[in-house]
Design a binder for this molecule. Structure first.
Ligand SMILES: Nc1ncnc2c1ncn2[C@@H]1O[C@H](COP(=O)(O)OP(=O)(O)OP(=O)(O)O)[C@@H](O)[C@H]1O
Ligand SMILES: [Mg+2]
Length: 244
């Protein structure tokens, strides 16, 4: 998760022990990004046994398709999928402009890895990062949020250790920032996915909460309910042409 303009009391250079995918390590960004006080939880990927690599060192672009959806295509009755030239177009192609996106893909097709690459691009100010203008990027692994009703609590929990921000501080920052990108990874792993009320994740997916913030949900399968304006994008695998 990253926040520009919010203090990081943990310090950029401090490392916490890593864990597989989305664990708690804080990696120091390059100098230019450091000035902007951006904080990321981890952009490392577990590739070979216990060895961790920065996602950018291993990332290979795969195929991405989007659902060309009229109303009937939104839920269950897929009509046609069209290929996007790059994952970077997910957020710029006008055909899939929306504040809510679902990024689907079978197990191991790279949904979580893509969220890390997007975070990496943003954090390092990569020139064609889809999130170039984004002020706050939040990346949460839903499997870690079982029983956590408040999204502000969830965010606070995964900020740098030693954060002295209150949940209310997080709320104020998010409510007063216009350009916020929220990546919710792994709906299929979310322990509370069937709970209908009293849960911010569900309210965010339904666009009752953060209606103007941009939200992407990654998942192996669709949630039972999501708003009609949601655009659907799918990771469809890798081919030789795209491998580096
Ligand atoms: N774009 C990629 N470039 C290089 N390696 C990748 C890429 N995508 C996935 N991998 C490799 O495949 C592994 C599994 O990918 P990942 O965890 O992102 O899949 P997933 O779609 O999130 O799966 P799940 O549905 O189980 O959550 C990664 O740890 C990485 O080793
Ligand atoms: Mg995943």
């Amino acid at each position: 998760m990253g926040i520009k303009g919010v203090g990081n009391r943990g310090g950029w250079g401090r490392q916490r022990p890593s864990e597989k995918h989305g664990g708690g390590s804080i990696i120091p960004p390059p100098r230019s990004a450091k000035k902007k006080r951006r904080l990321i939880s981890s952009t490392k990927v577990n590739i070979y046994r216990d060895r961790l690599y920065c996602v950018d060192k291993v990332f290979v672009e795969g195929s991405v398709h989007f659902l060309v959806a009229d109303e009937a295509g939104v839920r269950g009755q897929e009509t046609s999928w069209e290929r996007l030239e790059s994952y970077k177009r997910i957020y710029s192609d006008r055909r899939i402009k929306s504040t809510r996106r679902i990024l689907e893909g079978e197990p191991g097709y790279g949904k979580s890895t893509l969220t890390l690459q997007l975070a990496y691009d943003w954090c390092n100010g990569v020139q064609d990062s889809p999130f170039g203008d984004v002020e706050i990027l939040i990346l949460l692994r839903l499997r870690q949020l079982g029983g956590v009703k408040s999204i502000y609590r969830a965010i606070n929990r995964f900020l740098a250790s030693g954060s002295r921000l209150s949940d209310k501080d997080i709320e104020d920052v998010l409510k007063n920032t216009s350009s916020v990108e929220i990546l919710l990874d792994g709906y299929d792993e979310y322990p509370d996915q069937d709970k209908i009320t009293g849960n911010d994740v569900r309210s965010i997916i339904m666009r009752e909460m953060f209606p103007n913030h941009d939200v992407t949900l990654t998942t192996r399968y669709l949630p039972k309910k999501f708003p009609k304006l949601t655009k659907r994008v799918k990771l469809t695998g890798f081919d030789r042409r795209r491998a580096r």
